[in-house]
Design a protein around this ligand. Structure first.
Ligand code: NCD
Length: 305
């Protein structure tokens, strides 16, 4: 069963996640075979917040499937500035396109989509709440690297409070077995209580730490995130916390041979550029995987897989 819209990785089954991975890897192996699959279909790309990778990879995905796109990249050029509600925008989109991706700052936009959208709507990131398609490409990247997701030791470091990729990543990881999970953040940027609670309810255990140094030799994956400057209610707090975690080649001297670093990007200063050239960096490959995952999602949600 797939939910009509995709706003959370909590409400999708492991079976659905695996179906997306298997379709994405078929597409990746042979993209030309899928070049006409979405002929005559339109993706509405509604970005009320800035985006580089998510928007471009969704649009690239639709174009590579032979479909077309319409939309906007900035709320300022939409009727939002005239006072239109998101509910009305979604009502309109039903008639203009076959599927939509929406990035919105309102947490709970998924609930509005449920009420007003008759076409499938996929979140391209919702406030600080979730970013489900990012989590799918994150896990796909892990799976490609390690041939599976079970039994890995994974560190997630940075802004666990405001980063929306984090809840989605953790809800998705919770579907797998024997993950040795370490959440590394300063106390002020700890995982939200409701997210921690939901994970615990599902029996998903994790360790919380403040320092990477002691655990990095045990990790298979380090998932870094940026401190989300734009989400801080008080800029003084951001100034206090910015740059709190930065890694350089010095920090990865004692890592496992197979250790990799992921990051949803954009990075600010948390990963030194010198790490890009090491065998441990995978964030650019990870971003590339977004195209295959989003092609698979579009096909699945349009029933064309
Ligand atoms: C992330 C986002 O927008 O949530 N980027 C992305 O979509 N790849 C991460 C971020 O902005 O830090």
């Amino acid at each position: 069963m797939i939910p009509k819209h995709l706003f959370s990785t909590r409400t999708i089954s492991k079976d659905f996640v695996e179906q997306i991975f298997s379709l994405a890897s078929k597409i990746e192996a042979n993209p030309d075979q899928f070049a006409d699959k979405c002929k005559g279909k339109i993706l509405a790309s509604l970005f009320f917040e800035p985006s580089t990778r998510t928007r471009l990879s969704f649009e690239s995905a639709m174009l590579r499937l032979g479909g077309q796109i319409l939309g906007f990249t900035d709320a300022k050029v939409s009727s939002t500035v005239k006072g239109e509600s998101i509910a009305d925008t979604l009502r309109m989109i039903n008639h203009y396109s076959d599927i939509a991706v929406i990035r919105h700052y309102i947490e709970g936009v998924g609930e509005i989509a449920k009420k007003f959208a008759s076409i499938p709507v996929i979140s391209g990131g919702t406030g600080s709440q979730e970013h489900p398609t990012q989590a799918l490409l994150d896990l796909y990247s892990i799976k490609k690297e390690f041939k599976g997701i079970d039994n890995l030791s994974i560190g997630v470091m940075g802004d666990l409070l405001y980063g929306r990729t984090i809840p989605s990543l953790l809800f998705a990881l919770a579907k797998y077995d024997n993950i040795d999970l370490h959440l590394i953040a300063p106390p002020a940027l700890k995982l939200r209580k409701n997210v921690a609670l939901r994970l615990k309810e599902n029996g998903f255990k994790f360790n919380t730490e403040e320092n990477l140094k002691d655990i990095i030799p045990d990790l298979d994956v380090l998932y870094m995130t940026r401190i989300q400057k734009e989400r801080f209610p008080d800029p003084v707090d951001y100034e206090r916390l910015k740059g709190v975690y930065q890694i350089s080649t010095e920090d990865i001297k004692n890592v496992k041979d197979r250790f990799i670093i992921l990051h949803p990007l954009p990075r600010v200063d948390e990963i030194d550029y010198a790490i890009d050239k090491t065998k441990h960096s995978r964030y650019f490959e990870q971003a590339h995987n977004g195209v295959w995952i989003r092609m698979a999602l579009i096909l699945k949600y349009l029933g064309l897989d």
